[in-house]
Design a protein around this ligand. Structure first.
Ligand SMILES: Nc1ncnc2c1ncn2[C@@H]1O[C@H](COP(=O)(O)OP(=O)(O)O)[C@@H](O)[C@H]1O
Ligand SMILES: [Mg+2]
Length: 237
């Protein structure tokens, strides 16, 4: 569900003076106060050493977590202080996630896993299945609809996870080390599947250790010790 044109003058997602500290007895400052604007249709890589705050940042961009200070805006609307049900609705409608561990349900086949992610739409099962089948086709898995996750390779499981993330046509797709569990060749393929299957208008943000992945995106944000140390446009597209 890409956002309406009136929202197009705003960044798709914006952090204003956002910081994240975990715990109170022995607080860990995972992210120091930062500003960040990501525009509609940008393809962004977030890179940095382990423990630098990449996942913390992605969780804030994905409305999975709330900032300790500052505010998060989605298409110009302040979302970080919304009540949980509204935050959850914004997340379901606007954001697709791809995680390193896939998080597929083992008792469901591939197309059912994708269809599950569309329950929030309130569409009939029949139309959910049709949308899920189309998403499976977009990731090149039209021939694996009825396979259970255990019957798929790592690369195929990750494609199902991508199909699940793109099926609802979100405004923003977030991926945390989506190639981390895959061999290099498969990992490179997965990333092109992710960027190519997403609609052109969709914003894609990928956390990655892989310099090849970062090079395929059009902006690279480097994080060290909870601070953005570089933010460069690579101009891959
Ligand atoms: N839930 C949590 N509770 C306490 N500390 C956390 C939590 N999540 C992450 N951290 C700490 O915050 C810092 C950043 O973590 P993270 O965002 O996961 O980094 P990265 O994804 O770059 O490896 C690390 O020092 C980590 O130990
Ligand atoms: Mg991480």
């Amino acid at each position: 569900m890409n956002l309406s044109s009136e929202a197009n003058s705003s960044p798709l997602i914006e952090l204003r003076s956002v910081s994240k500290t975990y715990g109170s007895a022995e607080p860990v400052a995972a992210l120091h106060p930062m500003d960040l604007r990501i525009e509609p249709s940008e393809r962004v890589a977030i890179v940095g050493p382990s423990g630098s705050g990449k996942t913390s940042l992605l969780n804030l961009l994905g409305l999975l977590d709330r900032p300790t200070t500052g505010a998060v805006y989605l298409a110009g609307r302040e979302v970080s202080s919304l009540p949980e049900p509204e935050l959850c609705a914004a997340r379901s409608h606007e954001i697709g996630f791809v995680f390193q561990q896939f998080f597929l349900l083992e008792h469901l086949n591939a197309v059912e896993n994708v269809e599950q992610a569309l329950l929030y739409t309130g569409a009939t099962r029949r139309s959910r299945v049709a949308v899920a089948v189309r998403a499976m086709d977009r990731v090149g898995l039209a021939h694996r609809l009825r396979h259970k996750p255990s019957q798929l390779s790592g690369g195929e499981r990750q494609r199902v996870a991508i199909a699940r993330a793109i099926a609802g046509d979100p405004s923003l797709i977030l991926a945390d080390e989506p190639t981390g569990n895959l061999d290099t060749q498969t990992g490179a393929t997965i990333l092109s599947v992710l960027t190519e299957s997403a609609e052109d208008a969709t914003t894609v943000v990928v956390v990655t250790h892989d310099p090849g992945v970062a090079a395929a995106m059009d902006r690279r944000i480097e994080i060290v010790d909870g601070r953005i140390t570089r933010d460069i446009r690579v101009g891959a597209r």
